[in-house]
Design a protein around this ligand. Structure first.
Ligand code: ADP
Length: 305
């Protein structure tokens, strides 16, 4: 991949997490044991992973004109992200996830996209020079699909590499897939895109082929603790991850994506970029939470030393 700047286009959410003994029934009020606000959203998580692992990155996104939006922006800036293309949208709330976690660790979640809905093609138009000037554009599917498609078109027309992490799982139009250079689904997302259930290397190979047939040169299917299936240049192989004691796999995929693109933009060959991303994600799963678990560059380098 050509080296240079990264642009991430994606979502920002504030996760409001309430730990309770049992989920309330309709009409019931339960008293919580612990309440936490954590910053998330796949776009923000991947931007943070890229910023902390050393990328030269800017992030196109929207927050609401509320306190939490301002706090998120400040946090992202402290993670070495250029936050200039993040606007606070008037009379809008920052995207939220309201999460109840019961004593068994199960969760129920309600989401409001809030300001993420304001990442429209018109909004993108204000920052399209960022996409044109970047070496790579990294996106997910928590922003309006028409904006993701438009950004891919602008990138493709201007020689910016398009990397899509197709999460959350969703079927996608060929007009988008044909403009993607590298795609990074997990097993569930690969099945949604191809109709092929990924239970073995052979399944992964078939799913990768189906995605190559859509015009995508590089397919990386993430397989949790097993690692990834890497398929490019007519060759597919398993690249195992690192064995660690996982405490919480939230944001594993996001960390993997942000670190992978960072390494590729530094000019690392694909195999060592995947190793770097595996290390970053392995560190993240040994810690609780989304963004708090994402490692800094020095930690990744120390892990690999
Ligand atoms: P997602 O979080 O999107 O579902 P995966 O679960 O496939 O993504 O994980 C993405 C990457 O995170 C893996 O390829 C691997 O590098 C790392 N990872 C995930 N779970 C573990 C684990 N238990 N131990 C070590 N690494 C892990």
């Amino acid at each position: 991949m050509k080296t240079g700047k990264l642009v991430v286009l994606g979502s920002i959410n504030a996760d409001h997490i309430l730990n309770i003994n049992h989920f309330p029934q309709p009409g019931e009020t339960v008293i919580g044991k612990q309440y936490t606000v954590a910053f998330g959203g796949k776009g923000a998580n991947q931007a943070v992973a890229a910023g902390r692992s050393g990328a030269d990155i800017s992030f196109i996104a929207c927050v609401g004109d509320d306190d939490i939006g301002e706090r998120v922006r400040r946090q992202l800036a402290s993670d070495h992200i250029d936050t200039q293309p993040i606007e606070a949208i008037k009379d809008t709330t920052t995207g939220v996830a309201l999460i109840f976690v019961n004593a068994e660790g199960e969760n129920v979640i309600g989401i409001d996209a809030g300001a993420n809905k304001a990442v429209t093609p018109e909004y993108l138009d204000r920052y399209k020079q960022q996409v044109i000037g970047a070496a790579a554009l990294l996106m997910q599917l928590e922003s309006p699909l028409e904006t993701v498609i438009e950004a891919a078109k602008i990138a493709k027309d201007n020689g910016t590499q398009v990397i899509l992490n197709p999460a959350p799982a969703c079927e996608l139009p060929d007009e988008l897939l044909a403009r993607v250079d590298m795609i990074t689904p997990n097993e569930t997302e690969a099945e949604k895109l191809t109709g092929i259930k990924v239970d073995s290397n052979e399944d992964a190979e078939r799913a990768a082929k189906a995605l190559h047939d859509k015009g995508i040169a590089t397919v990386i299917i993430t397989l949790g603790s097993k690692g990834v299936w890497l398929s490019q240049n007519g060759e597919g192989k398993l690249v195992p991850g690192f064995r660690v004691k996982a405490v919480d796999t939230i944001a594993a995929g996001d960390t993997f994506n942000g670190a992978l693109v960072t390494a590729l933009l530094e000019g690392k060959p694909m195999d060592s970029a995947v190793r770097f991303a595996h290390a970053a994600a392995a560190i993240a799963v040994t810690r609780p939470g989304a963004q708090p678990s994402v490692p800094w560059r020095k930690e990744i380098d120390d892990f690999l030393a």
